[in-house]
Design a protein around this ligand. Structure first.
Ligand SMILES: *[C@@H]1O[C@H](CO)[C@@H](O)[C@H](O)[C@H]1NC(C)=O
Ligand SMILES: *[C@@H]1O[C@H](CO)[C@@H](O)[C@H](O)[C@H]1NC(C)=O
Ligand SMILES: *[C@@H]1O[C@H](CO)[C@@H](O)[C@H](O)[C@H]1NC(C)=O
Ligand SMILES: *[C@@H]1O[C@H](CO)[C@@H](O)[C@H](O)[C@H]1NC(C)=O
Ligand SMILES: *[C@@H]1O[C@H](CO)[C@@H](O)[C@H](O)[C@H]1NC(C)=O
Ligand SMILES: *[C@@H]1O[C@H](CO)[C@@H](O)[C@H](O)[C@H]1NC(C)=O
Length: 598
C-alpha cells in the first residue's frame, strides 16, 4: 500500500533529447532520467520487466541451448549493426525442433536514454525490442519469446545474426547496454502435450493459424548496413524489395514489424500542422493523430495496420515505467496478414515488388516484414487463381476546431477489405478468403490555454481467414481480434512559485491490448491493461520531484485454463505482485490495493 504520506519522494533530473524548445509543455515527450540527483538509490542492480504470459517452456527442460550473441553496445551511433555468423546448434537432438524460445538478457548502469533495437537472422526479424533507462547501481531484464514459427531458419548454416542498437556513450550518457541472446530448443510439442494449464499460453501472441512453422521465410527488408529495417521518414515514399516466390508456394503470410520514433514517437497525440503553424509553436510533432502502415504488391494495396501505440521507457512520464515497462516495450507486437489469396499474382515465375509505407507518417518509422511461405512438398508447381479482389473501402472523417491554443481534433476511420483466391497443390484445392476490418476513433483536445491535453484513441481490428475445399466444405476458420484503447492526459499547473519557468506536470496514461483468437471451436482471450498516474515538478526541462504509480493486470482464458497476473509499481518499486491460474474470478479483491496519489 502506498499512500501519499509514506511514499518516498525521489528526485530526478530530466533533459530533453534534442535542444529544441517544445513550446507546449503539455505534450507527451521523451525524457532522460538523470541519476545524479536520485535519492532512492538501491545498492543492488534492480530487475525490470514486461509482464508476459507464461510460456510452456517455463516448466520444461530444454533439449539444448545455443548462444546467438553476446555483445556490449557502447557508442554505436551511426555505425553498422553487430553481425556474427550463425551456426546451427550442435550436440542437440536432430531437428526439426517443435518449440524454440529466444531468451534475451540485458544489463546496463549509468545514465542513458531508452533505445530501439532489433534482432535479425538472415535479414528475417526475430524480435523488436527497446531498452529500459538505467540507474547508477544498474538494472537488468530478461525477454523471452516463442520463436518456433522461425524454425526453418535455425537449421541453416549460411546466415548471419544481426543486432542493431544505436547508442551514445560520452561524458554525459554513460550507460552501455550489455546484451546476451540465446536460443533454447525443446523437443516437446506444446499442442500435442496434455499439459493443461500452460499448454496453450502464448499462442494468441503469435497469431499462429497454421500450426506448423513455414518451410521458408523471406524478408522484405533493407540492405542491412544500418540494420535490416527500412527507415521511413515521410508519407510519400514507400520502401520495397523485389522477391520471387518458389513456384510451389501454397500459403503465404506476411508478418509486419514496426516502431515509431522522433516526431512520430507519440503520433497518436499529434495535433494537425495547422494548429502548430497558427500558434507559432516550435515542434515537429504534427500531421494529426492518424497513421496507417500499408503493404502493397506491385503497387496494389494488399493490407494495412494501425499499430499498437507502444510507449518506450522514457515516454510521457519515465517514472511510470520503472521497474514495470509499458505493454510491448520489451517485445513489440508484430502483425500478420494472410496473403494466400494473392498467390495467383505471385506464382508466375517473375519477381514482384513488395512495398511498405506509412500514410501521413513523418520522421521516422522503422519497418520491415517477413514472408512466411508454406510449400507443396509433392510438386514443383502450385496453380492458383484469384476469385475476388475488392479494393479496400474506407471512410474517414476529420474534424478540427480551435481558437488559439484550445480546441479539439477528431479522426474517425473505418477500413474494410476482402480477398478471395484458390491454390491447387498436389494434395488439394483450397480457397482462402481473407476479410479484414479496422476502426479507429481518435480525439486530441487542448483546454486551459493549451495547458491541459487529453488524448483518446480506440483501435479495433478484426481479421477472418476462412479456408474451404473445392467441394465447398469448410476446412478452417480463424478469427483474430485486437482492441487497443488509450488515454493520455497531461496537465500543466503553473504558479507554484513566482518562478515562471517552474511548473508541475500531472500525467495519466491508461492503455490496454485485448486479443481474442478463435481457431475453429477453440477460443483464447488475452486482456492486458495498464493504468498509470503521477506528477513531476519540472524546471527548465528538469524534473525536481515526482511520484508515479502503474497498475497492470494481464489475464488469459481458454477452454482449458486461466491465468491472471496483477502487479502494482509505485515510485520505482513493486508494491503488489500476485498471479493465479485459477479460473474462479477474484476481481472483487483487486480494487482496494490501488491508492490514488492525487
Ligand atoms: C552474458 O553472458 C556472460 C557469460 O556467461 C555473463 O558473464 C554476463 O553476465 C551475461 N550478461 C548478461 C547481461 O546477462
Ligand atoms: C555475413 O557478414 C559478413 C561480415 O559482415 C559478410 O562478409 C558476409 O557476406 C555475410 N554473410 C551473409 C550470408 O550475409
Ligand atoms: C495563452 O498562452 C500564451 C502562450 O503561452 C500566452 O501568450 C497568452 O497570454 C495566454 N492567454 C491567456 C488568455 O492566458
Ligand atoms: C479450385 O477450386 C476453385 C473453387 O472451387 C475453382 O474455381 C478452381 O477452378 C479450382 N481449380 C482447379 C485447378 O481445379
Ligand atoms: C488522473 O487520474 C486520477 C485517478 O483516476 C484522477 O483523480 C486525476 O484527476 C487524473 N488527472 C488528470 C489530470 O486528469
Ligand atoms: C480489455 O479488457 C479489460 C479487462 O477485461 C476490460 O476491462 C476492458 O474494458 C477491455 N477493453 C476493451 C476495449 O475491450
Amino acid at each position: 500500500m502506498i499512500s501519499r504520506n509514506d511514499a518516498v519522494k525521489f528526485f530526478v533530473t530530466l533533459a530533453f533529447l534534442t535542444a529544441t524548445v517544445v513550446s507546449l509543455p503539455s505534450s507527451p515527450d521523451r525524457f532522460l532520467k538523470s541519476t545524479s540527483t536520485y535519492l532512492r538509490s538501491p545498492d543492488e542492480p534492480q530487475e525490470y520487466e514486461e509482464l508476459r504470459l507464461p510460456l510452456p517452456s517455463d516448466h520444461l527442460t530444454p533439449s539444448c541451448s545455443h548462444v546467438l550473441l553476446r555483445h556490449s553496445f557502447a557508442n554505436t551511433i551511426n555505425g553498422p549493426p553487430f553481425t556474427a555468423p550463425y551456426t546451427p546448434p550442435s550436440g542437440c537432438t536432430s531437428p526439426p525442433w517443435s518449440y524454440v524460445v529466444l531468451d534475451l538478457r540485458a544489463a546496463s548502469s549509468g545514465d542513458q536514454y531508452d533505445r530501439i533495437s532489433a534482432l535479425w537472422l538472415g535479414g528475417v526479424e526475430l524480435l523488436r525490442t527497446s531498452t529500459a533507462e538505467p540507474s547508477p547501481s544498474g538494472i537488468f531484464w530478461n525477454v523471452r519469446k516463442d520463436v518456433s514459427r522461425y524454425s526453418s531458419l535455425f537449421m541453416r548454416a549460411d546466415l548471419n545474426v544481426t543486432m542493431m542498437l544505436e547508442n551514445i556513450v560520452n561524458d554525459v550518457y554513460t550507460g552501455i547496454y550489455h546484451i546476451n541472446v540465446t536460443l533454447i530448443f525443446y523437443e516437446f510439442n506444446p499442442i500435442a502435450s496434455n499439459l493443461k494449464v500452460n499448454s496453450r499460453l502464448g499462442f494468441v501472441e503469435s497469431q499462429r493459424s497454421d500450426k506448423t512453422p513455414a518451410d521458408l521465410i523471406i524478408p522484405v527488408c533493407d540492405e542491412g548496413n544500418r540494420g535490416f529495417w527500412f527507415m521511413i521518414d515521410n508519407s510519400a515514399e514507400t520502401y520495397s524489395k523485389r522477391i520471387q516466390m518458389p513456384s510451389n508456394t501454397r500459403r503465404i503470410v506476411l508478418e509486419l514489424y514496426v516502431s515509431f520514433h522522433g516526431d512520430d514517437e507519440f503520433w497518436y497525440s499529434n495535433p494537425p500542422t495547422s494548429y502548430i503553424r497558427t500558434n507559432n509553436l516550435v515542434t515537429g510533432r504534427g500531421n494529426g493523430a492518424y497513421r496507417e502502415v500499408f503493404v502493397k504488391i506491385d503497387g496494389r494495396y494488399v493490407g494495412s495496420e494501425v499499430p499498437f501505440p507502444v510507449i518506450f521507457t522514457g515516454g510521457t512520464n519515465p517514472l511510470f515505467w520503472e521497474p514495470v515497462v509499458a505493454i510491448g516495450a520489451f517485445n513489440l507486437p508484430s502483425y500478420d496478414m494472410d496473403l494466400t489469396p494473392f498467390l495467383s499474382l505471385l506464382l508466375d515465375g517473375k519477381s514482384h515488388e513488395f512495398a511498405l509505407g506509412i500514410s501521413d507518417g513523418i520522421s521516422y518509422w522503422l519497418v520491415d516484414a517477413n514472408l512466411h511461405l508454406w510449400l507443396d512438398h509433392g510438386s514443383l508447381n502450385v496453380e492458383a487463381g484469384s476469385r475476388f479482389y475488392d479494393s479496400p473501402s474506407r471512410c474517414m472523417v476529420r474534424q478540427e476546431e480551435f481558437e488559439q491554443l484550445d480546441g479539439s481534433f477528431r479522426v474517425e476511420a473505418e477500413v474494410h477489405s476482402e480477398y478471395d483466391g484458390w491454390a491447387r497443390s498436389s494434395k488439394d484445392n483450397l480457397t482462402t478468403m481473407v476479410k479484414s476490418m479496422f476502426k479507429i476513433g481518435s480525439l486530441v483536445r487542448f483546454e486551459g490555454n493549451g495547458t491541459y491535453k487529453r488524448v483518446e484513441q480506440r483501435v479495433e481490428t478484426k481479421r477472418i481467414v476462412e479456408v474451404t475445399s473445392d467441394t465447398g466444405n469448410p476446412v478452417n476458420r480463424v478469427v483474430h481480434q485486437r482492441t487497443y484503447p488509450l488515454t493520455v492526459i497531461t496537465s500543466t499547473l503553473r504558479g507554484l512559485t513566482n518562478d515562471k519557468d517552474r511548473y508541475m506536470l500531472v500525467t495519466n496514461v491508461s492503455h490496454a491490448l485485448n486479443e481474442t483468437h478463435s481457431d475453429g471451436e477453440a477460443l483464447t482471450q488475452v486482456f492486458n491493461r495498464q493504468d498509470s498516474e503521477g506528477w513531476m515538478e519540472v524546471e527548465d526541462h528538469n524534473v525536481l520531484a515526482g511520484e508515479a504509480s502503474t497498475r497492470q493486470r494481464l489475464s488469459y482464458i481458454d477452454e482449458f485454463s486461466c491465468y491472471s497476473h496483477t502487479i502494482v509499481a509505485a515510485n520505482g518499486e513493486i508494491a503488489q505482485d500476485s498471479s493465479s491460474d485459477s479460473c474462479t474470478s477474484s476481481s472483487s479483491s483487486e480494487d482496494n490495493t490501488f491508492t490514488s496519489l492525487s
